[in-house]
Write a protein that binds this ligand. Structure first.
Ligand code: PEP
Length: 248
């Protein structure tokens, strides 16, 4: 069986009660590709609002999770708390957290393990900087980030990988279909070698970085691109076209 097309919307630290409600109303009314799995990640303040108002079949993700179940960890949220609230997914390892908040590979891996043990699905982000790409280190950087997780997590059935070159995030500079497909194929090869053939066949690998309704249909046609993680465009009505781009 083929891999189900997956589209995530990462609102980042954007929105208000009014605008998040409008996005949800738009999604609720929209005709969405029934074969696409859709997950939106609003700021944590709006997770419950989103879960309460979103129609069934669209899931809600946190943008981050901590690696402990409870305790004296001011400002953090656990997988158990998310799960209990109907939030079934979390992003982990987004480059904005890796770079701005200095989250390293070991912490990303520890959080991924905690999220999976706590019953969440994980959108695990990886990607190289422009400097690393220009030095020819893209595959090395990405597989090192993923290997840290593979050292701690054996079951990849609840992980969706999001390949997001840092130079393409929020810049309007999308990777070419060839650049994206090349890295996705290398990640699949790595999964086969370092995790299992089953994980290589079944794990969805999303592309993220300046995805729009204009570039998504071409990207979606690539053999190893199984969907998108969408930032800026997930706040706009065009998000619906991106969700539907696999059937366009
Ligand atoms: C993201 O934040 O994951 C992202 C891909 O952002 P954008 O689509 O705005 O580049």
């Amino acid at each position: 069986m083929g891999r189900q097309f997956f589209v995530g919307g990462n609102f980042k630290m954007n929105g208000s009660i009014k605008s998040v409600t409008e996005i949800i109303d738009n999604l609720n009314k929209a005709k969405l590709d029934e074969n696409a799995e859709v997950v939106i990640a609003p700021p944590s303040l709006y997770l419950l609002l989103a879960r309460e108002h979103l129609r069934k079949g669209i899931e809600v993700a946190a943008q981050n999770v901590f690696d402990k179940p409870n305790g004296a960890f001011t400002g953090e949220i656990s997988a158990q708390q998310l799960k209990e609230s109907g939030i079934t997914w979390t992003l982990i390892g987004h480059s904005e957290r890796r770079v701005i908040l200095q989250e390293d590979d070991a912490f990303v891996a520890s959080k991924t393990k905690a999220a999976i043990d706590g019953g969440l699905g994980v959108i695990l982000c990886c990607g190289e900087s422009l400097e690393q790409r220009e030095a020819g280190k893209t595959i090395e950087v990405v597989t090192t980030q993923l290997k840290a997780v593979a050292d701690k997590v054996k079951d990849w059935s609840k992980i969706v990988i999001a390949y997001e070159p840092i130079w393409a995030i929020g810049t309007g500079k999308v990777a070419t279909t060839e650049q994206a497909q090349e890295v996705h194929a290398a990640i699949r090869e790595w999964l086969k070698k370092d995790v299992s053939s089953e994980a290589a066949d079944k794990t969805r690998i999303l592309y993220g970085g300046s995805v729009t309704e204009k570039n998504s249909p071409e990207l979606a046609k690539q053999a190893d691109i199984d969907g998108f993680l969408v930032g800026g465009a997930s706040l706009k009505p065009a998000f619906i076209d991106i969700i539907n781009s696999n059937s366009a």
